[in-house]
Design a protein around this ligand. Structure first.
Ligand SMILES: Cc1cc2nc3c(=O)[nH]c(=O)nc-3n(C[C@H](O)[C@H](O)[C@H](O)COP(=O)(O)OP(=O)(O)OC[C@H]3O[C@@H](n4cnc5c(N)ncnc54)[C@H](O)[C@@H]3O)c2cc1C
Length: 459
């Protein structure tokens, strides 16, 4: 079978790329190893309850009709309407550090005034930092890595404020410890602090259902349970794939969302040094179902990013989970017209992938999950109302879960620290999209799929 484009992975980037190409009448095949779509952002039903994996918040919120905003541009590229995702804005989020809390909503002026109130000596510098971010074009920059910390320190001198701004940005995007590339910083600053958070009432199911329906409606072919065992190439040009089943599919070009090192392994080639280019940042997340809404317990926050120490550390921790910081997220705390049927609180913490991936014994793995879950919740209830007596069910995912469902080595949630912004590889007709191309998160992954499809498959 000869396709115009074969896409590896039906996560958000692969689905978006597929829609774009199928819309332009390409014969597209989307291959997914698992039994369901969504990759890092998926959903499942367990003990009669619905669970979302990976959806805390959709970033880049934009009002309907605001044509200049990235979300609305993305929807236009996918030929979708604003109502298709039915996004409801957040209530309020915050960054909580010892002795200081910064509140934020989808109105950036709240954060600006919070900075002025809590850090009056930094207010002017913060405004100039924001201006520098507004003027920076991350897509036009072609140079190498620039430290975001160094850029921010040109404007801010208070390490507490610096760390409070980096905390949500690193947590929601960074494959590198403690700092990130300035381009990435600017993209994420805009998408989470300036534009803000939202969520469909039905969670990630809604977005995935819309995307897959659109893809199929445009004539795209989705093959689940179709893992790619190897990428076939000859004389430096990729021309097809061999599936785990042994079936061969040929295509004029291949777009891979499997990851940089993972894709090079599929080619049996060396594009990059594996030790330097395999990601290290991973998470454990506990999802608690409650017998009442978080609001009934006095918790109205959408996403709370916290650090128990002023010196926020974002890195692979020396312990199974990092109890120094975390994210507390409640899917109930959005401006929905009616309450969600289920009540949930998710707690996310940095995790040592080495510990989790080396637990061979199933009983030991289960016990470790239980203990980490207990510890991260005990830590979180120092910040939000104690919900432990209201837990009716619980699930936990670890770096091992992330590895299993995405194929990312080390369960690296944001993939490789080495991003390939151009999406090219040393093989002709083989391109990367998604996490390791460099745009992250739900909206970022879709933007990546669209831009790589436009750049390499439609010209
Ligand atoms: C705990 C957690 C919370 C998150 N919260 C948010 C959030 O609130 N907001 C947000 O915007 N983002 C969030 N993210 C990040 C977001 O989920 C990801 O950035 C995004 O989903 C990445 O999409 P992707 O298409 O690049 O890759 P992936 O989702 O990794 O998809 C890749 C797909 O390729 C498949 N695949 C891999 N190898 C093969 C192969 N050889 N053959 C066939 N198929 C293969 C995998 O099975 C997978 O389905 C979160 C992630 C996690 C883990």
């Amino acid at each position: 079978m000869q396709y115009d484009t074969i896409i590896i992975g039906a996560g958000l980037s692969g689905l978006a790329a597929g829609i774009r190409l199928a819309y332009y009448d390409q014969k597209v095949c989307l291959l997914e190893r698992h039994t369901t779509i969504g990759g890092l952002n998926s959903f499942y039903r367990l003990r009669h309850r619905d669970y979302d994996v990976g959806l805390h918040a959709v970033t880049n919120y934009a009002e309907k009709g605001d044509r200049s905003k990235p979300l609305n541009k993305l929807l236009r590229q996918l030929r979708l309407s604003w109502d298709d995702f039915a996004l409801c804005p957040q209530i309020e989020s915050s960054v909580v550090f010892p002795d200081c809390t910064l509140r934020m909503t989808n109105d950036f002026e709240l954060l600006r005034s919070q900075v002025a109130d809590h850090f009056p000596a930094q207010a002017d510098g913060f405004n100039r930092l924001v201006q520098s971010i507004d003027e920076f074009d991350p897509f036009a920059e072609t140079g190498g890595y620039q430290s975001a910390r160094e850029h921010v320190r040109k404007y801010l001198s208070d390490p507490l404020l610096e760390n409070m701004l980096f905390c949500p940005i690193l947590f929601y995007s960074s494959a590198t410890p403690n700092d990130l590339d300035l381009r990435q910083f600017v993209i994420i600053f805009r998408s989470i602090l300036q534009e803000g958070f939202s969520r469909p009432y039905e969670g990630i199911r809604r977005i995935l259902r819309v995307l897959v329906k659109k893809f199929r409606g445009e004539g795209g072919e989705l093959k689940l349970r179709s893992g790619v065992k190897q990428i076939l190439h000859k004389n430096g040009t990729a021309y097809g794939v061999e599936l785990d089943s042994g079936e061969i599919l040929e295509g004029q070009r291949i777009l891979s969302s499997a990851g940089l090192v993972e894709t090079q392994r599929l080619c049996d080639q060396t594009f990059v040094d594996e030790t330097e280019s395999t990601g290290d940042i991973s998470f454990v997340e506990s999802i608690s179902s409650l017998d009442c809404s978080p609001a009934d317990l006095g918790h109205h926050g959408t996403v709370v990013f916290f650090s128990n120490q002023t010196d926020f550390r974002y890195e692979r921790p020396p312990t199974p989970v990092d109890l120094r910081s975390g994210i507390i997220c409640s899917p109930n705390n959005y401006q929905f017209d009616e309450p969600l049927a289920e009540n949930k609180i998710n707690i996310t913490a940095l995790a040592d992938h080495g510990y989790w991936l080396n637990l061979d014994d199933e009983d030991a793995y289960r016990a470790a999950k239980q203990e980490s879950c207990r510890a991260i919740i005990e830590n979180a209830v120092k910040i939000v109302p104690d919900f432990r007596d209201h837990i009716v069910d619980q699930d936990v995912f670890t770096p091992r879960t992330i590895k299993k469902f995405t194929g990312h080595l080390n369960g690296a949630v944001y993939g490789s620290p080495t991003k390939q912004l151009a999406g090219t590889t040393p093989l002709d007709q083989l391109y990367l999209c998604g996490t390791d191309q460099g745009f992250l998160g739900i909206i970022g992954a879709m933007l990546s799929g669209i831009s790589m499809a436009n750049a390499h498959c439609l010209s």
